[in-house]
Design a protein around this ligand. Sequence first.
Ligand code: TEU
Ligand code: CA
Length: 553
Amino acid sequence: EEKKAWWKEAVIYQIYPRSFADSNGDGIGDLNGITAHLDYLETLGIDVIWLSPVYKSPNDDNGYDISDYRDIMDDFGTMEDFDRLLAEAHRHHIKIVMDLVVNHTSDEHAWFIESRSSKDNPYRDYYIWKDPKNGKEPNNWGACFGGSAWEFDERTGMYYLHCFSKKQPDLNWENPKVRDEVFDMMNWWCEKGIDGFRMDVISMISKDQSFPDGTVEDGLYGNFSPYVCNGPRVHEFLQEMNSRVLSHYDLLTVGEAAGVTIEEAQKYANNEGTELGMVFQFEHVDLVRGPIGKWTDQKPKLADFRHIMNKWQYELEGKAWNSLFLDNHDQPRAVSRFANDSEKYRVVSAKMLATCLHMLKGTPYIYQGEELGMTNVYFDKLEDYRDIESINAFHQYVDNGLVKAEDMMRYLKEISRDNARTPMQWDDSKNAGFTDGTPWINVNPNYKEINAKAALADPDSVFHYYQELIRLRHTLPIIVYGKFQGLLEDSETIYAYKRILDGQVLTVACNFTDQEQDCVLCEDPTAEELISNYKGHKAGKLQPYEARVILHK
Ligand code: TEU
Ligand code: CA
């Protein structure tokens, strides 16, 4: 019997504040913009907002580079605005989960300014400093956003580690003072009344202290993952965090766990609750990789996707809790990637994807705009991109002659994080109603058709379908707690499964293709249809992108 918890029964909505709603015309989304749209979120029916970082930041990586954990980014407003958002959200029965970015800080954080100032500064060991090796970098690791993971600092003649950009130096979690600072800061936010943490790359906080070279896969730099992800002391550190912070409150916690395996996830998200509530794993969004990692235009195959999703369903059963997501601020739009964003099939296939994800076991996450079926933006020019990862990758691979510019532009269209970061499409007025000013990144030109106002007015919209999926989850315990059993696990066209609870059985069948497929799983005249993206069905068939959910009597 599964232990019950509010966060297992909840649906989470991720907000990327910079792109959600601009309240003061500077072209940048902000906290007051979010507060102004709480009615919309309450109508959708979600329980929790996960707020991407809103802390003080010089925005080298849109807030994932924090210079003060106890203050708000100027672009987004003030602490008063935050307190009002929190209170208003609670009044709307919506909880707020904060992004916690503590693998690294900004290089403009006071700790790093102190740390780099001299070798004997009390903050020196807050970060990871190494002497040059034969006059060069301490090892061959490449940073996620290009270049070496080591930056030379003239002042003291040593290198510091940055797994992301050079403005994101990694904290040294080996130092107990760093852990004290982080846990104090977390308790400070908890005392404010926040409802949980999404923990950025938390699987990377414990590094192999021998810092060995990594395997060179992209022709340029060594891969640090085996020595950084799920490192030797990560579970110890999280257990300490749990006993010193998390266990004192009733929180939703989700760890972003790059490179996590099933065995590791069973520890991070164990049912005894000694570490975190759940983790984000990335196998299903990283399943197509080319010679230069994620940069490819190959589409994922249904069979591979289903294999990974089902594996996580089976292997965490009774041991740990799953998170469910297809989209976030680092991923292209789900309907463009896993389904079909053409005019003909966008709506029906977005609903199919939603059905497939939301009927699985775990806590579902909706990324802003996913509930509208927002699509990739397909920028034609590099100048349209804003994302540090996309721009740096273009230069790293194209300027080095490893990839042709036109190929890289095609990969960006498919995979760039900016596909998720174009402004939320509120209505068909200028800039999609996102801002009265000039948006910091271009609006997707399809906003005239795809927007919240149109969706709210249309009973058959993707929005209303999500609303119904959420309502079902809130009403039927089988959707939350039912055991998962895969069906048709050899199919190349259909994703189907059952959920089972206390003698009740629910069947889900989703056609991932634009062709009609044979399928008899839903031919049970005594069953009740819970939801479908088609009004009429064809006996023994699933129509293009058809999804059906039935509850057997
Ligand atoms: O992302 C971690 C991470 O692994 C990403 O760099 C991921 O590899 C990439 O975005 C997709 O290929 C987290 C945040 O979600 C991301 O926005 C930050 O840029 C990053 O950490 C650094 O804080
Ligand atoms: Ca603004």
